[in-house]
Write a protein that binds this ligand. Structure first.
Ligand SMILES: [Mg+2]
Length: 185
């Protein structure tokens, strides 16, 4: 059975960072159309203030899964060995890592009950573990896999087709693209 690594943030759900950011800044922010690598830049210079207000807030409370995510993962789970691999440490610890780890665990348990906790991997450097297939929104996390699927998100919209080809990466825009690639061929 082939193994699949599935990233959590911006692949399963976008969480609530955007909402918290808007609450903090007191204005609407179109961060989905911003292409910078780290969204933390929006609070630059005010990190301490942000930490005081938000470090223990739950980034996943009531956050919906992306369209099709539940159904497609459930189908994939019949013929692939699926692992959720996710980092829980934010730069400068603007969300408390221990709290974030717990919130991620609870979210995965409640939203994807068919994937047991034994198949959660919480780690920073995802390149260390080889998988047959990797699905992530960050190119660097796709290394060490035979099949690499880049899940379209704000951080990778500007990656060109040539760059993807050069690195042997296929872009997927949503969970239905994943279904077509991994279940209908
Ligand atoms: Mg991600």
């Amino acid at each position: 059975m082939k193994t699949i690594m599935v990233d959590m943030d911006d692949v399963l759900t976008s969480g609530k960072f955007e909402e918290y950011l808007e609450e903090f800044l007191g204005e609407k922010k179109d961060i989905q159309s911003d292409t910078s690598y780290y969204r933390q830049k929006f609070i630059k210079g005010r990190e301490q203030e942000f930490i005081e207000q938000f470090q223990f807030r739950n980034l996943y409370e009531d956050a919906p899964l992306f369209d099709g995510c539940f159904e497609v993962l459930q189908k994939l789970n019949q013929s692939y060995d699926i692992y959720i691999v996710t980092s829980y440490i934010w730069k400068e610890d603007i969300f408390d890592a221990a709290e974030n780890l717990k919130n991620k665990f609870r979210y995965l348990q409640s939203q994807l009950p068919f994937i047991p906790p034994q198949k959660y991997i919480f780690m920073e450097n995802k390149n260390m573990i080889p998988f047959d297939i990797k699905i992530d929104d960050r190119m660097k996390n796709l290394e060490n896999a035979s099949q690499k699927l880049l899940f379209t998100s704000w951080s990778n919209k500007e990656v060109s087709t040539q760059e993807l080809q050069k690195n042997n990466i296929t872009r997927v825009n949503n969970w239905y693209d994943i279904e077509k690639l991994l279940l209908e061929q």
